[in-house]
Design a binder for this molecule. Structure first.
Ligand SMILES: Cc1cc2nc3c(=O)[nH]c(=O)nc-3n(C[C@H](O)[C@H](O)[C@H](O)COP(=O)(O)OP(=O)(O)OC[C@H]3O[C@@H](n4cnc5c(N)ncnc54)[C@H](O)[C@@H]3O)c2cc1C
Length: 458
């Protein structure tokens, strides 16, 4: 049941009036400020005159769990604890290392909770978590949407493309592009006793903690991108002051530091899109550059969230429109000039130096530049024995290596390579009417030799 434009009730269970605290299970919005879910939880705690417990857990068995993803998440823990302490909130972090570690920690904490608040996020493992919690919890559970600048509920069906969602966003933007007020906590208990295992995380013990987890140790932490709100803000400041003025021209130049590179922090919720959008709106930069950036951050990003919210097939080719299915049927048996298997692709062993460079960037840094990412996806379609195998390969590689993977943008970005949110183009082999991108022509639009050289040194 919907409570308001950002809040849904996941069950119809009562509030436990005799309980000791309100529980906020922080899953995706890993930040204290500009977090609608945290604000809602504080409000509920104040109404019930109870302290607030914020619980954040990290398990070892979510898909693609690796040193890279774990490290990035852990890098945001210490600062969050300090911030919660100052606000009078009890923050509990627990790292479940392996099969022998205690489990069911949310259920344990829920026993003494009056009410549960959690994050409403439309893809990956979160919808399942929330469905199970709604069913199993014996107390009321609310899920709060802090995904985008505009609440997802403002778009009540799947949008066809950017051109259909853009006018709707334009109409709503003034109402939502405003700072949001933080709530004060009335009952301050930052040291409240709780029945839950806890993990102490400091900058010095992250590597040891990660080494002790039963996860994929072959995907190393990023040497370039570090988790946490402070690091996100540091990059935002540099972007707004030095890069944004030229964003419109430089964002399609992978050899330059010309885009925001905010996507990994956005994915893990270390920073809100609202904070970024406001910083851009108020920046000293040409209006064209600001508009170009807000188009990506709001229109394109919120289109992805809209797709994963309303299309239950978002993680398969079934999410594609009819014209794509038709053209894929007609071209399924076209001869592929090159075919590479997963291992060859993963090891960047193709004939195409630009593609190999993009793959190296992703494996080494945890991100891939937007411009080459499109080319990267398109070429995997050209080099796979079937469209289905191409899709599986792209999802796997993107989600395994990219810090910003497993996101609505991951699925929408990959599906875009197959024609989602796009239109039919001139018919070609293998692609049919799906837009093609070739390394030869794409590589002429920027200094590809410099980019390729850079990735060789990574
Ligand atoms: C094959 C493929 C896979 C992709 N996988 C991901 C992914 O896993 N995670 C991810 O966040 N994005 C993904 N994208 C979209 C886009 O490539 C990234 O968002 C962008 O590269 C992030 O870099 P940036 O932060 O420097 O972007 P900027 O140009 O600085 O843009 C600012 C923000 O706007 C949003 N944005 C930018 N481009 C897009 C876009 N095309 N669609 C939706 N939102 C956008 C992102 O949140 C980004 O951080 C993918 C695109 C493709 C073609």
């Amino acid at each position: 049941m919907r409570i308001n434009e950002r809040v849904i009730q996941l069950n119809d269970k009562p509030v436990n009036e005799k309980a000791r605290y309100v529980l906020y299970w922080m899953q995706m919005f890993k930040r204290v400020e500009n977090n609608h879910a945290l604000i809602w939880a504080i409000r509920k705690a104040n109404e019930l005159k109870l302290p607030l417990v914020v619980y954040e857990g990290l398990k070892y068995y979510y898909p693609w769990a690796s040193d890279r993803l774990h490290t990035f998440i852990l890098e945001g823990v210490e600062e969050k604890r300090e911030h919660c302490d100052k606000l009078g909130i009890r923050y509990v972090f627990y790292l479940q290392e392996n099969d022998n570690s205690p489990k069911q920690t949310v259920a344990r904490l829920a026993k003494e909770a009056a009410f549960i608040v959690t994050d409403d996020y439309p893809c990956f493992i979160i919808p399942h978590h929330n469905e199970v919690m709604g069913k199993k919890a014996e107390i009321a559970v609310h899920a709060v949407d802090s995904c985008g600048v505009i609440p997802m509920s403002k778009f009540d069906k799947e949008e066809y493309a950017a051109y259909t969602i853009r006018p709707k966003i334009d109409k709503l933007l003034d109402r939502y592009l405003k700072p949001i007020e933080m709530e004060k906590v009335d009952v301050k208990k930052p040291n409240l006793d709780v029945d839950c295992p806890e993990t102490e995380v400091t900058a010095d013990n992250i590597a040891d903690l990660v080494a002790g987890c039963d996860i994929d140790h072959t995907v190393k932490p990023s040497p370039y991108y570090h988790g946490g709100t402070k690091n996100a803000r540091k990059r935002l400041k540099r972007f707004v002051e030095e890069i944004l003025p030229d964003y419109d021209a430089a964002r399609n130049k992978p050899e330059k530091d010309g885009s925001s590179r905010m996507s990994s922090w956005l994915h893990f919720g270390f920073i809100s899109p609202l904070e970024i959008a406001l910083a851009v709106k108020d920046a000293k930069a040409p209006q064209d550059a600001k508009d170009a950036y807000l188009e990506e951050l709001i229109v394109r990003r919120e289109l992805s969230f809209n797709m994963t919210r309303h299309n239950k097939n978002y993680d398969s080719l079934k999410a594609l429109p009819d014209w794509v299915h038709e053209t894929m049927r007609e071209h399924a048996d076209d001869e592929r000039e090159h075919i590479y298997d997963l291992e060859e692709l993963e090891n960047a062993q193709t004939h195409d130096e630009l593609w190999n460079a993009a793959q190296r960037e992703m494996v080494a840094t945890g991100e891939m530049h937007n411009y080459v990412r499109m080319l990267w996806g398109k070429n995997v379609i050209a080099w796979s024995p079937s469209y289905e195998i191409a899709f599986e390969t792209l999802v796997h590689l993107n989600n395994k290596y990219c810090l910003d993977g497993r996101d609505p943008n991951s699925y929408a970005g990959i599906l875009w390579c197959f024609g989602k949110h796009d239109r039919p183009w001139m018919e070609r082999d293998v692609f049919g009417k799906i837009r093609i991108m070739k390394s030869g022509s794409t590589g002429k639009k920027f200094d590809s030799a410099k980019y390729i050289e850079w990735t060789k040194g990574l």
